[in-house]
Design a protein. Structure first.
Length: 397
């Protein structure tokens, strides 16, 4: 584009003359230290993932081929959203490839190297020494989450304080996260808890592609602790880490929507989609409210513990199983209502009405930004692959 001269244009009533999206970003929801690092990351000239549109809307730029033009914030939004979604699409693709291909090749390679781990040609299930099989499964599960998270971190190059929110703004919000998680867990588990399906402890391990009936107590304990504590944390690092920081340049609502959708894509179980939506949203919101990703870890870990506790209750053959399970759910619900309700009442008494969701002002509607994100390559193709996998698993597993 060849710029030869500019001229002023009239600005409609109520429209801003000067636009600087970095300076205009709502910084009141987080700490000064976080805001400083976030702004520095966005203002770096060598950062291709920073949205830093700046323009005088009263000026038009003359282009030899198209005449006078106004710089478009929408075009800049599309460009940066496309770049961020490209990184996210590649990250999710890494997750799929490691889960479906590289993980199987890794297991086969271990067998060739002399380890008692073997891959079934017909079912792709692992068999062999129980300890080695469990270790292989957990290594694959770790890498399928850790590798995409590291890739996103290296590509976006966000400062640690920005990529992984760590400044605790309010300790009460940690308690609030616990209370809200108890309430949410009870709600999302009600349909399965009172369904007519027969449940047993082995249903918790159905995601493991192996014969869990041969496992001993130590394998069950190790696998359970790992999947309840470590894997949820890795999942949050992937979903609510640096990619969330990059997406929130376009508002927290936009970031929450995209990351929640990604959480659904990597769930691998269509029955878990409602829980994935609510838990991911709750994890993101409580992270923004508390200022630290620790609250997101807590939400995810409590949910896993809650689900496992229900399965333990329902897997027992005692006569009062239903009564004990119902009491557990009622206590969890009551505890959640008490904790979150107390914090809400205390805020009302002290008249503290702080905002926690950063607002983003643009002439482009949120729906159009989401459409731009959904149409970005290769994210669209990867999302379709994940959706097809969910449907196939639901139909044939």
């Amino acid at each position: 584009m060849k710029k030869t001269k500019t001229r002023k244009k009239p600005v409609e009533n109520g429209q801003r003359e000067l636009v600087n999206v970095v300076e205009d970003f709502d910084c009141s929801t987080q700490s000064d230290a976080y805001n400083k690092k976030f702004r520095e990351w966005r203002e770096r000239k060598d950062n291709p993932y920073a949205f830093r549109f700046k323009a005088n809307l009263r000026e038009k730029v003359f282009n030899d081929s198209r005449g006078f033009e106004v710089r478009s914030q929408e075009n800049e939004e599309k460009r940066i959203i496309g770049r961020i979604m490209y990184v996210l699409g590649i990250a999710v693709l890494m997750y799929i490839v490691i889960n479906t291909i590289i993980g199987k090749l890794f297991a086969a390679a271990l067998g060739l190297l002399g380890f008692n781990v073997h891959l079934s040609i017909f079912s792709s299930a692992l068999y062999g020494d129980v300890g080695s099989v469990v270790g292989t499964l957990l290594l694959i599960s770790t890498f399928e989450l850790l590798v995409p998270a590291v890739y996103i971190l290296l590509k976006l190059k966000t400062p640690a304080r920005v990529g992984f929110m760590s400044k605790l703004n309010s300790s009460a919000e940690i308690l609030n996260a616990i209370g809200l998680t108890f309430i949410t867990c009870t709600l999302v588990c009600l349909p399965t808890a009172y369904s007519s399906d027969t449940k047993e402890i082995f249903s918790y391990f159905r995601i493991a592609d192996t014969d869990v009936y041969k496992w001993g107590q130590s394998e069950f304990v190790f696998y359970t602790v790992f999947t309840i504590v470590i894997l949820p944390i890795l999942s949050e690092l992937l979903v609510h880490g640096p990619i969330f920081a990059a997406l929130r340049q376009f508002g927290d609502i936009f970031a929450l929507t995209v990351t929640t959708f990604v959480s659904c894509l990597i769930t691998r179980d269509i029955a878990e989609i409602p829980a994935a939506i609510l838990i991911s949203l709750l994890a993101g919101i409580t992270m923004l409210r508390s200022g630290t990703i620790m609250s997101a870890f807590i939400v995810r870990v409590i949910y896993k513990m809650y689900v496992f506790a229900l399965i333990m209750f329902e897997g027992s053959n005692t006569a009062n199983m239903l009564l004990r399970r119902n009491i557990f759910m009622l206590i969890a619900l009551a505890a959640g209502v008490f904790i979150s309700g107390s914090i809400y009442i205390a805020r009302k008494i002290r008249k503290r009405n702080r905002r926690y969701i950063a607002q983003y002002h643009s002439d482009v509607s949120p729906a159009r930004r989401l459409v731009t994100a959904a149409k970005s390559f290769p994210f669209t193709a990867v999302a379709i692959i994940c959706i097809v996998e969910l449907i196939v698993r639901a139909a044939f597993w």
